[in-house]
Design a protein around this ligand. Structure first.
Ligand code: ARG
Length: 531
């Protein structure tokens, strides 16, 4: 490289404040002025030097204190199918964890299964009547779900059945082995199936736990609350806590301000188990930040969890401490089946794969003999789904659209893969070898300069994504990058031009691919070389 490196900050200042830099290129004849060449050179050098960590090497990330961060996400319910809300939580939580990891924090990814509650007692009773061991073995979640739908319908009108479940649940809470037998089996089978899904999605966890692990601690929490005189007993025997003083609570409705923390039969609740799990995590990890990723409807629940922790006197749980964060995402509006049930991830993944395969058959015969086609199709389908999900501000609801998921053009996931593959193929087939020693003045061309400018903005995109915890910031940046790449690929031939020109352009496209790949991996997709 013919020019010495500049700091990225200087480069940015030049890019955004000094319009001299990029705006004034239009024709291919005048050589770049030194300052402009230095800027372009510094950006390319930075990408080459930092490679996979480019975008997190800048001052902003270097100056951060390294924190212990817990990200709790996915958290499906056992004995139930994994639905689109859990898919959203998995995709969003995974992307946020990746960004925190890349920023250098010590991240612990936690999956907190919904594996406790009276519904599991009802399910055990229902299984005696409607269950089939063969079906349970072959397709556990579907079968358990079917059984649960039947038995819960029955329990709605049959108080005797409901009371029986209540009694069984009380035994389960006391740890009675016999009462726990069916629950244990359902839990194991569910976890096995969830693991298959996570494996398919390329998502891993550091801890897989669940509500069931915090029953005893939740009872301890109730004792502390009571000894701190924070509880009042209702006429029906249930106990409530008054959170009207808490800065976490915004509304003034009784159900918001004074939640029930204990039923009259003294079994634990979702709310108190969550309080116990948070205390346990702080004791084990003394985290600087804990992030919960669920759909927005649980916002009040988490404000109550945080409010109870604050009322118990934990200074890490105050609003001001800023350590507890609930990320509430919007709903997928058109994801109900005709029977009114949710649509399940396995069906969505299968359908996406079938559609991608069909699309390839209809539109492209050349690629049908690609190696490892299953891997390619799975990843295209997943990329389409992930990017469709992350495209907008998290709080927004959205409509599921197969056209958007499958599109390989414009601002859609498969288009990212398509661009990545085109760049890879260019490097393989252009006949020029990649060298770092290029003549930067060769890049004098508005499309190339625009591409370099776009590459230089990646650091700002990662920083903004980190600060806002909005993966859409990064994704929209990647769409702009792809747009710049494709314009530059049309305008700037690499094959069949002068050697110096070819080498300079190739290096620039190589840097673009590095950045695109980095961004795609952060979002939880696997960049493909061929499709
Ligand atoms: N299992 C719950 C559900 O499916 C989500 C759990 C969220 N996390 C938590 N700590 N409460 O709705």
């Amino acid at each position: 490289m013919k020019f010495k490196m500049m700091t990225i900050c200087n480069v940015r200042k030049m890019i955004w404040k000094n319009t001299v830099f990029l705006r004034h290129f239009s024709v291919n004849t005048t050589p770049l002025v030194t300052q402009q060449q230095e800027s372009a050179s510094a950006i390319i050098n930075d990408v080459l030097k930092h490679g996979k960590t480019f975008g997190f090497h800048q001052e902003f990330f270097k100056s951060l204190n390294k924190e212990k961060v817990i990200v709790e996400f996915s958290s499906p319910n056992i004995a139930k199918l994994f639905h689109v809300g859990h898919f959203r939580s998995t995709v969003i939580g995974n992307a946020i964890s990746n960004v925190y990891l890349a920023a250098g924090h010590d991240v612990c990814k936690v999956n907190y299964l919904g594996d406790w509650g009276i519904q599991f007692a009802l399910l055990a009773i229902g299984f005696e009547q409607y269950g089939n061991s063969e079906l349970l073995k072959n397709d556990p979640l579907v079968h358990l779900n079917d059984v649960y739908v039947k038995v819960s319908e029955e329990a709605n009108s049959d108080t005797e059945l409901y009371n029986k479940a209540q009694a069984l649940f009380e035994k389960m809470e006391k740890g009675d082995n016999n009462a726990l037998k069916f629950w244990k089996l359902s839990r194991e089978l569910s976890i096995e199936e969830f693991k298959r899904l996570y494996n398919h999605m390329g998502v891993t966890f550091d801890v897989i736990t669940g509500e069931s692990q915090f029953v005893q601690q939740a009872k301890g929490i109730l004792k502390s609350l009571s000894s701190q005189n924070l509880l009042t007993t209702e006429e029906n025997g249930a106990k409530k806590i008054n959170l009207s003083e808490s800065s976490w609570i915004c509304g003034n409705q009784p159900h918001e301000v004074t939640p029930i923390v204990e039923r009259k039969n003294a079994t634990t609740l979702y709310l108190t188990r969550d309080v116990a799990a948070a205390v346990n995590r702080f004791e084990h990890h003394s985290f600087d930040r804990m992030i919960y990723v669920t759909d927005f409807s649980q916002n009040l629940h988490f404000r109550q969890v945080f409010g109870i922790l604050e009322a118990m006197g934990y200074d890490w749980a105050t609003n001001e401490a800023g350590k507890l964060i609930h990320i509430g995402f919007g709903r997928v509006q058109n994801m109900r089946s005709r029977k009114g049930q949710g649509v399940y991830l396995k069906d969505i993944l299968d359908k996406a794969e079938v559609k991608v395969r069909q699309d390839r058959l209809e539109h492209d015969t050349r690629r049908s003999n690609i190696e490892n086609e299953k891997h390619v199709i799975d990843n295209l389908a997943l990329t389409g789904l992930i990017c469709h999900d992350l495209k907008r501000t998290l709080r927004k609801d959205y409509k599921f659209s197969w056209d958007a998921i499958l599109s390989s053009k414009g601002s859609h996931g498969i288009a990212l893969q398509y661009t990545h593959c085109r760049l890879y193929s260019l490097e393989q087939n252009c006949g020029t070898s990649l060298t770092h020693d290029i003549d930067i003045s060769m890049l004098y061309n508005s499309e190339m300069m625009n591409l370099i400018e776009q590459i230089s903005k990646y650091g700002l995109a990662t920083q903004k994504t980190y600060e806002t915890l909005e993966p859409s910031v990064l994704l929209l940046y990647l769409y702009d990058l792809c747009h710049a790449i494709s314009k530059a690929m049309i305008a700037c031939q690499v094959k069949g031009v002068d050697k110096n020109l070819s080498e300079a352009r190739l290096l620039c496209f190589h840097c673009a691919r590095t950045v695109l790949g980095n961004g795609m991996r952060l979002l939880g997709t696997v960049p493909l070389d061929k499709m």
